[in-house]
Design a protein around this ligand. Structure first.
Ligand SMILES: NC(=O)C1=CN([C@@H]2O[C@H](COP(=O)(O)OP(=O)(O)OC[C@H]3O[C@@H](n4cnc5c(N)ncnc54)[C@H](OP(=O)(O)O)[C@@H]3O)[C@@H](O)[C@H]2O)C=CC1
Ligand SMILES: O=C(O)C1=N[C@H](C(=O)O)C[C@H](O)C1
Length: 275
């Protein structure tokens, strides 16, 4: 907490699957206060977000008026935070708008390109405004990625499978892309060809990400969010797997990010940098 007052938070995408979890998590704290709930869905306009999220009335109605809410948040005595769980198509401009108002973004929405991230980092830098972009807020995924980095020093072959619910807009997942990027950071290239391959169906071998790491995306009802990183070598396979069974798993990371972002003056990418 800065001073005596709670950190004012605006949740963008508040009526969505993640937005509702964030609203519930904030309502259970004493050092954060929900001051706005933005969502574009017409069916939820004017409804109390607390009722919608299942944590009781919060006297915060859902609105689609993002910019006016940012302007209102900018008037608060304490530094304001905008949590974004919206859509890959709008996240870039949401972050720019928040920073322009001096609001600190905590971003879970995936789908930002490397170029967009670079531009946002420069924008945040110039404005001396903290911004957190976190492809995955769960501690289990951070641990998986750390184990994968360690294993990558010893294996030449690795592929990633990510499995998600079939409402997910982007593929591959932000987490899978980040994982490949983390393994590529040590300058190694994986999966040297062992045979001339032919794809009888385009995409059968997945997509090629950083350092020649292949990513395969599965979308099915019944899934939430899952990832496997599979290393292979002659005579052995080493599989790392993380399973999400409830979106509550992301909330400790989201709350940590809200509390940290107000201390930052630049854009930081990845939960591991906060731990
Ligand atoms: N970083 C992490 O740990 C996690 C990240 N995610 C990411 O978060 C994002 C959201 O996921 P999820 O909650 O499952 O998605 P949902 O579709 O359930 O929720 C998104 C909500 O935001 C609304 N919305 C979309 N665009 C806008 C906009 N421009 N302005 C205001 N509201 C908007 C949607 O309305 P409508 O339905 O009308 O489009 C919907 O109500 C995805 O990118 C997902 O990959 C998800 C889980 C964890
Ligand atoms: O859409 C989701 O659900 C998730 N999205 C994030 C991603 O793309 O990596 C994080 C997690 O996998 C859940």
């Amino acid at each position: 907490m800065t001073g005596q007052l709670p950190i004012p938070v605006l949740v963008n995408g508040a009526a969505g699957k993640m937005g509702r979890e964030v609203v519930k998590a904030i309502a259970q704290t004493t050092d954060l206060t929900l001051i706005g709930a933005v969502d574009r869905s017409p069916e939820y306009q004017g409804l109390d977000i607390g009722e919608l999220a299942g944590c009781g009335e919060l006297e915060v109605p859902v609105t689609d008026q993002f910019e006016p809410m940012l302007a209102m948040l900018a008037q608060e005595k304490e530094l304001g935070v905008m949590v974004d769980f919206t859509h890959p198509d709008s996240v870039y401009s949401n972050i720019r708008s928040a920073i322009a108002y001096g609001i600190r973004p905590v971003v879970g929405t995936t789908g930002l390109s490397a170029k967009q991230l670079q531009e946002l980092a420069e924008f945040a830098d110039k404005a001396s405004t903290g911004c957190l972009v976190i492809p995955n807020f769960s501690i289990g995924m951070v641990l998986l990625q750390q184990a994968a980095i360690q294993a990558s020093q010893h294996f030449e072959h690795v592929e990633i499978i990510e499995l998600h619910h079939n409402q997910k807009a982007d593929a591959p997942s932000g987490t899978a892309l980040q994982t490949a990027q983390m393994l590529a950071e040590f300058g190694k290239t994986f999966n040297p060809p062992t045979v001339q391959e032919t794809e009888k169906l385009p995409g059968a071998r997945g997509s090629v990400a950083d350092a020649e790491i292949r990513i395969h995306s599965i979308r099915l009802p019944g899934l939430i969010a899952h990832q496997e990183v599979i290393f292979g070598a002659p005579g052995q396979v080493y599989t790392l797997r993380h399973d999400t069974s409830d979106r509550a798993c992301y909330m400790p990371g989201v709350l940590l990010a809200i509390r940290k972002v107000i201390q930052l003056k630049t854009l930081v990418y990845g939960l591991e940098k906060l731990l």
